[in-house]
Design a protein around this ligand. Structure first.
Ligand SMILES: [Zn+2]
Length: 201
């Protein structure tokens, strides 16, 4: 992760742009690293997508003891925060015995979706809520709120920016499928095998 953020993204991509006069948000690079290391972002993302496996075409396997040990060794404190949920994930991995984990009570609240990056708002203390374009929107961070509210507009700092992208329309999964029956969503996505009853994940 360190190489990805500091070498790939920062040193070889962002920093060279500085000499062309662009303002590089150095503090955001630090925050990207902070979100991964201190705030557990990657583990939150993994748990979110593992929760939603019935509406995906893939599913993360239940973890073995070796996996649990690996995570705790790599990320000290991981077990305290995520271990119990993954124990539940293992317990609920057997078809026919229970509902998918998303529909069982495992002390997990379905998060709001970030309007900008469309990853859910997984770091609670970073979440931003605001009424934008007449619509209540949630953002995973101040940075994503800024991207929608300030940057992706017709004007930026007094200059017209007609070619700037706009974050509009039916953006998130939850809006796209709102009000539909879960069985229809899964069928429409093509996630049922030829036998008509088994999911592909
Ligand atoms: Zn975001």
């Amino acid at each position: 992760w360190h190489r990805w953020i500091y070498d790939d993204c920062y040193r070889s991509y962002l920093l060279p742009l500085e000499k062309y006069g662009l303002t590089i948000p150095h503090d955001l690079v630090e925050e990207a690293w902070n979100r991964i290391t201190t705030k557990g972002y990657v583990h939150e993302v993994a748990r979110f997508f593992a929760t939603g496996w019935p509406v995906n075409y893939w599913r993360i396997d239940a973890m073995t003891d070796t996996d649990f040990e690996w995570f705790e060794e790599k990320y000290p404190g991981w077990y305290n925060k995520f271990g119990k949920w993954w124990e539940n994930y293992n317990r609920l991995a057997y078809p026919g015995k229970n509902k998918p984990i998303a529909f069982e009570d495992v002390d997990y609240e379905y998060p709001h979706r970030c309007w900008t990056c469309m990853v859910p708002c997984l770091i609670r203390e970073d979440m931003v809520t605001d009424k934008v374009d007449g619509q209540w929107r949630t953002y995973c961070s101040e940075t994503c709120a800024w991207t929608d509210k300030v940057a992706s507009r017709l004007e930026y700092e007094g200059r017209p920016t007609p070619n700037m992208g706009r974050l509009t329309g039916f953006r998130e999964w939850e809006t796209l499928h709102h009000g539909k029956d879960l069985a229809d969503i899964i069928t429409d996505l093509g996630y049922v095998r030829d036998d008509g009853k088994t999911l592909i994940a």
